[in-house]
Design a protein around this ligand. Structure first.
Ligand code: ZN
Length: 70
């Protein structure tokens, strides 16, 4: 077990441990977006923690991170 396991979130509604989900999608304008969020397996409640948008422009990779402070 790594120390990461202790940092999980507990659902406010039912007290169940939430798990981290990563979702990636390719947007129509060629950008790639990754969203990280915690989700409760019981009621579906979710907390978004980070959004990363990756753009490739003139052979350069531009990474745009948006971290939400919890
Ligand atoms: Zn819940």
């Amino acid at each position: 077990m790594s120390s990461e396991d202790n940092k999980g979130f507990i659902c406010k509604k039912d007290g169940k441990p939430m798990y981290l989900i990563e979702e990636t999608e390719k947007m129509s304008n060629g950008k790639h977006r990754a969203i990280f969020y915690y989700k409760c397996p019981v009621c579906g409640y979710r907390i978004e923690v980070e959004q990363v948008i990756v753009t490739v422009e003139n052979d350069q990779i531009i990474v745009n991170r948006r971290v939400r402070l919890l």
